[in-house]
Design a protein around this ligand. Sequence first.
Ligand SMILES: *Cc1c(COP(=O)(O)O)cnc(C)c1O
Length: 397
Amino acid sequence: MDMETIKEWDGRYVAGTYGRFPLAAEKGAGAWLTAVDGKEYVDFTSGIGVNALGFCDPDWAAAVARQAATLNHVSNLYYNVPMVTLAKTLCERTDYDKVFFANSGAEANEGAIKTARKYSQDKYSEDRYEILTLVNSFHGRTVTTLAATGQTAFHEKFMPLTAGFAYAQAGDLEAIKEKVNRHTCAVMLEFIQGEGGVVPLDRDFVQKTAAYCAEKDLLLIADEVQTGVGRTGTFLASEQFGIKPDITTLAKGLGGGLPIGAVLMGEKCADTLGPGDHGSTFGGNPIAAAGALEVLKKVDDTLLAETVRKGAYIRRRVQAMPMVKSVTGLGLMIGVEFTGCTGKEAADRALGKGAMFLTAKQKLRMLPPLTITDAEIDRGMDILQETLTELQKQKEK
Ligand SMILES: *Cc1c(COP(=O)(O)O)cnc(C)c1O
């Protein structure tokens, strides 16, 4: 199918919720995507931090195909092998006690919110339900996770949202303390605000917030939907912040390209949810679980060390480019702010030259596959360098 037809059908039949780049994907391998017109692109997006192993990793694809031909789905009224194996592997890897499987980041966060509310209502009273989140956070698009998202721009036109959320400024422990009241049951945060512009939280603030939550028996929920599964150079970003939240949510990178979400529960709340309290038709799907198991196998200590090294290398290269104002993030989650152009202008122009980048707020955002090679990084960085040089010349005119 040609680009014109694809655009026409998309415009006519698909709900218009996305502003798309002018690229129609045909196939991919590793860090390379081929468009329907045959043009090839080096990928610094991995979906949006989803394809941790790149496009169509052969071992991942084989595991998924094998599972699809063995057992595609069975309801949660029965057990299945990939689901329990993934649960055991995840818990052992992260030192959490139990996991609930969902199908997306928003759903994982919904599960975390329900767990925190039930924990507090079981232990204290029914009026202990409020979740405190951070200004500029992003937790999803469902009505409840929108309420959790601390950005009013996302709320408009969808009011009223789920009640029982409050927001505090990131980096300010006093602001947290001020907002906590007798209704509060949990604090929810991202270690690096991804959609908010790749903004890392201050380590001291995180540690003090964790200690304060422990003192008040407020559950600390870490939304690691974007930062988890090796993205930042450790399996969980919380390892680098030196804390263990009561609940951690995962999604994006976990399935290697298949929809999956996970709510990891620590000892306080591992047994909070009982029969009938929560559920999902697709959650724990054997094919998604088989894909996730292959991701966990490959995101080992060697790949994590490589993620740190490659992230540092990208930062060094970016810092030497024109118009670069700041570089933020950890590992292979990187945000770049420019002085003379927006991230969107740079991403648009780089795409024309054969490299895919994301944006977050005014920044250019990079979430390349963790398996990207040095040569592929250089290809993308050469294109970005050329892009910024041209944009700078254009601005000077
Ligand atoms: C992407 C994202 C979500 C939402 O995930 P979906 O799978 O799109 O529902 C939630 N939280 C964070 C931090 C994210 O980056």
